[in-house]
Design a protein around this ligand. Structure first.
Ligand code: GTP
Ligand code: MG
Length: 625
């Protein structure tokens, strides 16, 4: 009694462990089937092998029923599952689709698009085994050849069902031969023995054995059964053991249990799909690694493009720098010429002239004079003479050259990049080339607005340099002349008054008025000497203001030009985006695949270990108990 209990425990433990590993395997393979079809350069055959392995892992034990029409295949399955009308049964060819019978909580038939239906039924037997019911062999290889072959390959055992009354016809012999060629275990099931007497049944059995031995060279396992008696044993709800034994169907049940209690067989059953999966997964890893090294090449393309873009950006920036250097030179020349012009106006030798002009200005004649001379100011004519306006006038010419230079370079670079990208795409493996989305081409339009828009700002600064600055200078010169005139006149008036007073008061000192005169002349000269000093101050101020204008000018232009460059770089990127996007996407996919495959490898190692331990732990605990 105790031994029976231990044996039972062992069996349950084995079944539970087996089921746990099977689930793990199933999950592993399902996950892998997400990845494998997407791996480039992995053949479809390999993926199909894994799908097949999934089927194995999904079906603990697969028993396939084949045989001529109306031999009773469907009836036997109905009897084994204890439901008389689960599968259609009839005297004429009845089953025309392949059905796989699996455990399910509810009884239902699911028809897929293909020629296989899944029939679910809550029979405990289906937890251990899946049955495959097929149409009569007369049609099965014609109409369902491919599917039949698939199931025969996947089966753990094939039951060839034949009629007791027509056992071992030439046809049946042929079928047996064909099935043997699949290398699967084939058991002969002779049905409808209820139609024979026990003696007749025995001689049929003998006859079949002899025929096999003589014609095929081997003795198959033979089970004599009666689906009819099996179904009768089920009548009334409780199983009639005597009838069940008599039906011979108990032998099929016992066989299943025996198979499922065999640890080695179970282990092998789980190892086969695992091995298939391991092989394919390794092939997939190799493929991904190969793709990866191809990808390294694409990564090179990518960094190549980045380098090219960086170099091109530097070139564009150089063009801008050259332009701003030219602009600085112009402002420098303008400041220098302007300074010289200012110096001309305030030269010492001009002192008297300035003074007279100051006097003229003072008495208001200047307005009249200027009008008659066409309103030309002193500074203006001095600037003209020194050509101080010319450098500023040159600025637009310099600026106008910048935009076409940048654009020309943009267009040329984009052409080069597009050519390069086309060449690289052409060199890609076809499988990856197909994934390029969009066209690699130069843009159809070019936006010039950034540098166009800045023209107004620049013109305003040019105007400031040319007009506003000169007006400021003009005003300053005029003021200086006025101060000089007032100073000198005051000095003269004061001198004359002083001389008069002195003439009357200090006649005893005749040298005094003379000294006074010298003093006054000296002070007058100081006023004139101050002119160049004043000029120097104005020069410095003017130069500083021109420098400030230059800075504003260059800043405005650089900002706009930078925008143009950024735009040009974007155009380059857009033009070759299909290639760069592909490289990015491909890198990501590859990395993901690699990770998933490596995770799967690890899981396989785990399952392998669990498989090696299958049945062993149970045995130990069983012995201890
Ligand atoms: N007397 C007797 N009749 C049986 C037995 N098994 C099946 N039959 C009858 O044989 C006929 C054919 O049975 P099926 O189960 O449909 O045979 P099948 O092999 O599935 O036939 P197809 O699906 O057409 O290939 C039916 O009329 C059954 O009632 C049996 O053990 N004894
Ligand atoms: Mg049938």
């Amino acid at each position: 009694m105790g031994n029976v209990l231990v044996a039972e425990n062992l069996e349950t433990k084995l079944a539970t462990d087996y089921e746990a590993i099977r689930r793990r395997e199933y999950e592993l393979i399902t996950n892998l089937l997400d990845v494998l079809p997407k791996v480039d350069n992995l053949s479809e055959d390999r993926v199909a092998q894994v799908r097949d392995a999934l089927f194995h892992a999904d079906h603990p034990y697969l028993m396939v029923f084949v045989g001529p029409f109306s031999s009773g295949k469907s009836s036997i399955i109905n009897a084994l599952l204890g439901k008389e009308d689960l599968l259609h049964v009839g005297v004429v060819p009845t089953t025309d689709r392949i059905s796989i019978l699996r455990w399910g909580e509810e009884s239902q038939r699911l028809s897929s698009g293909g020629d296989v239906d899944a029939v679910f039924y809550p029979s405990p037997l289906l937890k251990k085994v899946s049955f495959v019911d097929t149409p009569g062999l007369e049609s099965v290889f014609q109409k369902h050849e491919e599917t039949t072959r698939k199931f025969l390959h996947r089966s753990d055992v094939v039951l060839l069902v034949m009629l007791a009354t027509q056992a071992m016809t030439a046809r049946n012999l042929e079928y047996l031969q064909t099935l043997k060629e699949y290398g699967k275990k084939v058991i002969l099931v002779i049905n409808q023995v209820d139609l024979l007497t026990p003696e007749e049944a025995n001689s049929v059995r003998e006859y079949v054995l002899d025929q096999s031995k003589a014609k095929l060279g081997f003795e198959p396992e033979i089970w004599m059964v009666s689906a009819k008696q099996g179904l009768a044993a089920l009548e009334g709800g409780t199983l009639n053991q005597e009838l069940w034994q008599a039906s011979g169907l108990n032998k099929i049940e016992a066989y299943i249990d025996e198979q499922l209690g065999d640890v080695d067989r179970l282990r092998q059953k789980l190892r086969t799909p695992l091995q298939i999966t391991q092989n394919v997964s390794q092939a997939a890893l190799a493929a991904v690694r190969t793709n990866q090294s191809a990808l390294d090449h694409y990564q090179n393309i990518s960094s190549n493009v980045e380098q090219q873009l960086a170099a091109q950006k530097r070139e564009q920036e150089k063009i801008i720098r050259d332009t701003t250097a030219e602009i600085s030179a112009q402002f420098g020349a303008a400041a220098m010429n302007g300074s010289e012009a200012i110096r001309d106006v305030f030269r010492f030798s001009q002192g008297i002239g300035l003074f007279t002009r100051g006097v003229v200005e003072l008495i208001g004649l200047a307005g009249l004079l200027r009008r008659s001379q066409g309103n030309v100011s002193y500074i203006h004519s001095a600037f003209d003479k020194r050509k101080a306006f010319i450098p500023v006038q040159e600025l637009p010419v310099i600026v106008d050259k910048l935009a076409p230079r940048l654009e020309g370079k943009d267009i040329q670079d984009i052409d080069d990049l597009v050519k390069y990208a086309h060449k690289e795409v052409g060199a890609l493996p076809p499988a990856i080339r197909e994934k390029v989305i969009g066209n690699i081409q130069a843009p159809l339009q070019y936006d010039r607005t950034p540098l166009q828009k800045v023209r107004t700002d620049l013109e305003a600064i040019e105007n400031e340099a040319r007009v506003v600055e000169v007006e400021k200078l003009d005003q300053a010169v005029k003021n200086t002349m006025l101060y000089l005139a007032v100073y000198e006149i005051l000095l003269i008036v004061f001198g004359i008054a002083l001389l008069n007073i002195w003439g009357q008061v200090a006649q005893n000192q005749p040298q005094l008025p003379f000294i006074l005169l010298i003093l006054l002349i000296g002070l007058g000269l100081v006023g004139l000497v101050m002119m160049p000093v004043r000029g120097r101050i104005m020069e410095t101020a003017y130069t500083n203001r021109m420098l400030a204008l230059q800075a504003r000018y260059i800043e405005a232009l650089t900002k706009a030009a930078d925008k143009q460059v950024v735009y040009g770089l974007q155009l380059r990127r857009d033009a070759i985006a299909p290639l760069t996007r592909l490289i990015e996407a491909q890198t990501q996919i590859q990395t993901e695949q690699m990770n998933q495959l490596q995770a799967a490898e690890q899981e396989m190692v785990g399952i392998e270990a669990a498989l090696a331990a299958l049945g062993k732990k149970g045995l130990l605990s069983g012995l201890r108990g």
